[in-house]
Design a protein around this ligand. Sequence first.
Ligand code: MGD
Ligand code: MGD
Ligand code: MO
Length: 770
Amino acid sequence: MLVRKPQVEDIDEDALEVHAPKTAAAGVKAVAVALQRGLAQAGAARTVRGMLRINQRSGFDCPGCAWPESTTGRRKPAEFCENGAKAIAEESTVRTVTPEWWAAHPIVELEGRSEFWLGSRGRITEPMVIRPGESHYSPISWGEAFDLIAEHLRATTPDRCVFYTSGRTANETAFLYQLFARSLGTNNLPDCSNMCHESSGFALGPTIGVGKGTVSLEDIHHSELVLVVGQNPGTNHPRMLSALAECKGNGGKVVAVNPLPEAGLLNFKDPQTPRGVIGDGVSIADEFLKIKVGGDLALFQALGHLLLAAEERDPGSVVDRSFVEAQTLGFAEYAAARRTLDWEATERATGLWRAQIETVADMMIASKATIICWALGLTQQPHSVNTLKEIVNLLLLQGNFGKPGAGACPVRGHSNVQGDRTMGIWEKPTEKFIAALEAEFGILFPRDHGYESVETQHALEDGDVDVFVSMGGNFLSAASDTESTRAGLKRTGLTVHVSTKPNLSHVAHGRTSLVLPTLGRTDLDDRHPRGRQFVTVEDSMSVVHRSQGRLRPVSEHLLAEPVIVARMAQAALGEDHPVDWRAMAEDYDVIRDHISRVIPGFEDFNARVRGKDGFVLPSPPRDTRTFATDIGRARFTVSPLEYLTAPPGHLILQTLRSHDQYNTTIYGLDDRYRGISNARRVVLVNPDDLAELGFADRELVDVVSVFNGDERRAEAFRLVGYPTARGCAAAYYPEANVLVHKDLVARESSTPGYKAVTIRFERRAAGCQA
Ligand SMILES: Nc1nc2c(c(=O)[nH]1)N[C@H]1C(S)=C(S)[C@@H](COP(=O)(O)OP(=O)(O)OC[C@H]3O[C@@H](n4cnc5c(=O)[nH]c(N)nc54)[C@H](O)[C@@H]3O)O[C@H]1N2
Ligand SMILES: Nc1nc2c(c(=O)[nH]1)N[C@H]1C(S)=C(S)[C@@H](COP(=O)(O)OP(=O)(O)OC[C@H]3O[C@@H](n4cnc5c(=O)[nH]c(N)nc54)[C@H](O)[C@@H]3O)O[C@H]1N2
Ligand SMILES: [Mo]
């Protein structure tokens, strides 16, 4: 097999290649690509050892995504997907970023590099520091690094310190980290969830009483109808396709709603079944609604209208009356609001024909068990929270909670983003949570809400942050409004990045900055007095289970995340602090014992998580059909019609992931299913829109965004004609983040409007090249 050489130079955007989009995902090609990447990065032995341990009961949780593993029945020998394998290859690479590397690359040079180039340099091997006036990072001992952090924390007030978390962080680290921030005296705990599924929590909490999904993997398998809305599972949750294929095998139907005809939604070739390897695979979507970006609220309102009209024609045939009467409030108001519908506005908002929507309504009416799955296509727009509440309305109507094959399924992103929130990574902790922490540790914790991620961006820009600590992640490139975020980070006194690989957040550093290298999921964590440790994570379906790496770390200087947090805390809070940080860093069972007493659902944590498949956290809607809202019932809500419109000459841009990246970590330049390779500065536009706007396919343009009278510019993007919905465009994250104004957010949840950017194209002056 051909093993591709690592790319040495940075991206050459002129090498763009465009092919017809694929109509099927996975298949043997996916396995070949996975192996190739593994071999190129980690070598044969580490690749095989790594891949065999992914998502096995004795192995580590795949850092790729939060899709659950099967807890019933046998797991396949390789319970992974191409993109999970790439995530492992990236982490288990034997390439290293040593002090010599940092010495050879001054900040001025690194500023001109792409995330792709930086991330593919390899794993960071030693703690590094850069001090005021210096041009390069240089090595620092761990002890000095912790002292430096303590010095900066003591020199300021807690409200001027921010503790960011990325969702790969395990439960144990997350619990320690929030305890540290709160012990210092702040709830400034923004996390990537603020930029991701925050809107889902804001919609589900008030309506069904929990901010999480209500289905299990088995529910998907046995559902009669699954709607997959605003999601690209073929790339971002590939194992979900196996679950959808199983659902179809059991007679279920699937509807996909997306502005793009994503390959995985159309057809799936399971590389683990003979049919997938040699045959045509399974066609996934029975219906595909090519919706306009931001048109989903209108779609769900129309579906509600059609369901209610059918109920009126044949009472008792659609609405689950006994459920609605016993368990919900607000049905009458909802039904009154949906009684009439402006079809013209609906068609304008969605870009769909009435007949298409009626077909899906009929499928819902025929289904006795429906699941609605969604991801970022629904969470990153101004009206996202209302869109998601409209999903809840539809599910409530037919009683699709607390019965097999039915429910709400927000498909999470980072592998432990849901667990981090459960552990208290939240800028708005509940009184109950703080009281439980206080009872456990015998100290007082702050109650004032802290900054979420957009408030953090504002505080950074306003010069209100002295210390910015990042537990994983890449705040600069993940957040909106890149240039203002960059300027803000540079205004801080100290930035601290606990990281595995270099990224641009390290480059946009505070006056002093530390890069602290840590063990990843796949790494063996055994340098403790009590020997090898494991951590735990919670998947998208609330299953808590163990994760334990086995690979020999690339450097002896790496510390485990819980150890780093504990030592920061010891240095900053002093040895006589009432929390026994040392004991927790030495033995993660001690952390879990604390968690078991503070967080409901974790009783007897240490014993239960050692069981075969861990345990499932309680979910009242799923387990007992009850809803722990303030009114003790589920809530119907009424929202006005709202959708995105662009002024003449403009389009609505969504920003998304290619098939070859993990958020800001770019694995390669092959967005295989969409047929785009070797370049990332592209905008996908419907050919009819291109013609109407007077631009040519492959033309080089500047993309200009407009928001509240402000403009942002992204230079030198290539236009690519692509079968997306009319009036819409798509570009890759993070290259397009410069265009997203930081005040463009989802109301209530504050999730950036990454999928709601009004743009136009400007022809580049002749001779002006990329
Ligand atoms: N390989 C890989 N896996 C990942 C990640 C990764 O980067 N790489 N990231 C992880 C993370 S953190 C997350 S949160 C998830 C993200 O998983 P996804 O939500 O699948 O991620 P995106 O690439 O943002 O894709 C959004 C999808 O929504 C569609 N969409 C955009 N706007 C609209 C709209 O208005 N309406 C509808 N109906 N659809 C719309 C887009 O066309 C696209 O198919 O994946 C996780 N898994
Ligand atoms: N335009 C646009 N922007 C978006 C989105 C979008 O759809 N469009 N999506 C948003 C979403 S959903 C999310 S979740 C955020 C993601 O935001 P983040 O979670 O902040 O970003 P990542 O790219 O996942 O973080 C990558 C970095 O994490 C570090 N890392 C990797 N593994 C480990 C580990 O095991 N431990 C530690 N300590 N560090 C590690 C590496 O150094 C790597 O450079 O981005 C958001 N930004
Ligand atoms: Mo995410």
